[in-house]
Design a protein around this ligand. Structure first.
Ligand SMILES: [Zn+2]
Ligand SMILES: [Zn+2]
Length: 681
């Protein structure tokens, strides 16, 4: 499913900030076959390159830090832009029949856009710039080949004004002004997709896909983005796939919700489809409807309630869409098993470098992916616009996060991504309300919070936590020289769309992994980190980022109550495990103790592992201190119980379990930690 192209697009994310700065860095359609990491490695200068030191002395950068990115972002932030650079406004014009133009995923489109000069006009030598998102499949706006997609006609009725348009790559079309200045009220029109081929539309459905405009009004070579970008709605494509979820743990006799979502080929919701879905071969013991009707206008979504009286494992198969059969994740019906909740604690929206609105993000998380817990973590100072400089965007995120918080049913958490190119990216989650959380956008570009210890100092005492991601490699690794704060950072993200940072021997290892920087290397330093996976979705598909990217991440959290407080408590206690996206059931106990615990050294203990995969299990491994000490090869079964004697295990050791199923889906238990004295816990 377009994995190669998706990764190439993701790679381009790195360029977005730079595009905003210098407007000359290209990021066209990368070759899908080209490994993105290689290209990226060249883009990141070595840490040895000179940079203004951060405000705290002697903090070691990560091994592939990008100091030049920081330098350019700081220069850009401090650049003086005049009022003329922000002047004027841009709009999307109605179609020839007066209708509001819309795009459809995968279909050619044509869009008429207008820029109108403000009171200060645009000087000769200045420019008006159309910036189309370079990430998600829009055609490059170009002025040289009328028969190719993206051909753009640029025109004005202002007599004496000469326009010199040129494509600069990365979705940027720069129109230089000559002849005379453009004065207030005069317009430049852009017909994007003017040729017979039109323009290719964004591959992700969204309510407001922006066409950004930037202006250099005084002609000094510095531009500013207009505050309001015209937006276009992009509708989902044809229905071709389906995702069907159940909760993973329920009590006998309890009502559970099955959610079915009919999606297009890119995993977008909102397809125009109606029809019946049918439960195939459902056991008698599962009480509930056998036929699900997807109604017109339902966006392809339907849900139904079921009751299972008998303890045991349940999987249901749903048939629809012309014979397509899709299996749910396994549901464990058990009177005592710990309640398991599925979370995606990391993803992006159109308000930094992703697609989709914050509202759409949470709706997708809840109604399509069937998550219990979600956090939208847009970048603090990366993408368009910069969140730390755009109060309205930060307010919109907090408003949406609060509006979707439904204690007992769906937990949303305030957050953002602290996007340090020196020490590694970290998510900051705040479990308070919008006002409390709102006071806490601590940007990595702010000298007061540009190191991890400063960030933790700023968060200390708050109901907050942080965790590192893609910690082993690209696009920037975590500097594990700096010990994670034991209270504020109890977890680490072992897998996301970037791949896994746990081991190069596991599927989809993160690109550019640095020796000595994998998760077991961090644990060997004595850090007690539980494991979570997160999507890091940029496609508006939290909880299902792996559909588009081939791999992703989910966090399974053992928590009964669905409130922010209870989820925070469970995360701090490391009652979690990670998967690369599939809802694999993984229960591991060491002499009855749950992973995440700190234990006294043992001579011998019983390790019991119960797994229910979504595909056949290929291998199960027990890892102690970074080494595989026990393994099991699967024989094609999806359900497995293993039991073995382990030990002795000395103080300072850590042990965890990892699972690989057919197709590469993976799961990692949190570690058990062994300490001579466990009083502190
Ligand atoms: Zn990141
Ligand atoms: Zn991210």
């Amino acid at each position: 499913m377009e994995t190669g192209r998706w990764l190439a697009a993701l790679l381009c994310l790195v360029w977005l900030g730079l595009l905003g700065l210098v407007g000359s860095v290209g990021c066209g359609e990368a070759d899908p076959e080209e490994p993105p990491q290689a290209e990226f490695a060249e883009a990141i200068p070595s840490a040895a390159e000179a940079i203004d030191p951060p405000s705290t002395d002697a903090v070691p950068y990560s091994g592939n830090a990008g100091p030049s990115i920081i330098r350019e972002l700081r220069q850009d932030r401090d650049e003086v832009r005049t009022e003329a650079d922000r002047g004027g406004r841009a709009s999307l014009l109605p179609g020839e029949d007066g209708s509001v133009p819309e795009g459809e995923v995968g279909r050619p489109g044509r869009f008429r856009l207008a820029y109108e000069a403000g009171p200060l006009g645009v000087a000769v030598g200045g420019s008006v710039q159309l910036q189309v998102s370079p990430f998600w499949g829009w055609s490059e706006p170009q002025v040289h080949a009328a028969d190719l997609p993206g051909y753009t006609e640029v025109s004005t009725e202002a007599a004496g004004v000469e326009l010199a348009p040129s494509s600069r790559g990365g979705g940027l079309l720069v129109v230089e002004i000559g002849g005379r200045a453009l004065v207030e009220g005069e317009r430049i029109e852009f017909l994007y997709g003017a040729g017979a081929a039109g323009t290719r539309v964004d591959r992700y459905a969204e309510e407001r896909s922006p066409f950004f405009f930037a202006v250099d009004g005084d002609g000094d070579g510095r531009r500013a983005f207009l505050a309001d970008a015209p937006v276009v709605r992009v509708r989902a494509g044809r229905p071709v796939g389906m995702v069907v979820t159940l909760p993973s743990v329920a009590r006998p006799g309890e009502s559970v919700t099955l959610r079915a979502a009919v999606l297009d080929g890119a995993g977008n919701t909102g397809v125009d489809w109606q029809g019946n879905l049918e439960l195939v071969d459902a056991p008698e013991s599962v009480k509930g409807p056998r036929l699900l009707r997807v109604e017109p206008g339902s966006l392809g979504l339907v849900q139904a309630s079921y009751v299972v009286e008998e303890p045991g494992l349940v999987e249901l198969t749903v048939r629809g869409l012309g014979g397509l059969e899709v299996r749910t994740n396994p549901l464990l019906v058990d009177p005592d098993a710990p309640r398991l909740r599925w979370a995606d604690l990391h993803g992006h929206s159109v308000l930094s470098d992703g697609t989709g609105t914050p509202d759409a993000y949470y709706r997708y998380a809840r109604d399509v992916a069937g998550l219990d817990v979600a956090a939208l973590t847009d970048h603090d100072h990366w993408g368009l616009p910069f969140l730390d400089e755009t109060a309205e965007s930060w307010s919109e995120i907090r408003r949406a996060t609060e509006a979707h918080y439904d204690p007992g049913r769906f937990v949303t958490i305030h957050g953002y991504e602290w996007t340090s190119w020196l020490f590694g990216h970290r998510h900051v989650l705040h479990f308070g309300g919008p006002e409390e959380a709102g006071a806490h956008l601590h940007s990595f570009l702010d000298e007061a919070t540009d190191t991890p210890p400063e960030l933790w100092d700023a968060l200390r005492g708050e109901p907050a936590l942080t965790f590192a991601h893609h910690s082993a490699g690209s696009p920037v690794a975590t500097s594990w020289e700096i010990a994670p704060d034991p209270v504020l950072e109890p977890l680490t993200e072992v897998t996301s769309v970037h791949g896994n940072s746990e081991s190069p021997s596991m599927p989809n290892a993160v690109g550019g992994g640095l020796p000595g920087n994998w998760v077991p290397d961090a644990l060997a330093r004595g850090y007690r980190l539980g494991f979570v996976g997160s999507g890091d979705s940029h496609d508006g598909h939290p909880g299902l980022a792996h559909l588009g990217a081939g791999t992703g991440g989910l966090a399974a959290i053992e928590v009964e109550e669905l409130t922010r407080e209870a989820v925070l408590e469970a995360l701090r206690a490391r009652r979690t495990y990670a998967t690369s996206g599939p809802r694999i059931l993984l229960s591991a106990r060491l002499d009855g103790e749950a992973p995440g615990s700190v234990l006294a050294p043992i001579e011998a203990a019983e390790l019991r592992i119960d797994i229910a995969g979504t595909e056949a299990i290929e291998r199960v491994e027990v890892v102690r201190d970074g080494e595989v000490v026990a393994g099991h090869e699967g024989q094609g079964e999806r359900v497995l119980t293993l039991s073995s004697e382990v030990g002795p295990i000395a103080a300072g050791s850590f042990v965890y379990v990892r699972v690989v199923q057919r197709g590469g889906g993976s799961a990692w238990s949190s570690p058990w930690f062994f300490e001579a004295s466990t009083d502190a816990e």
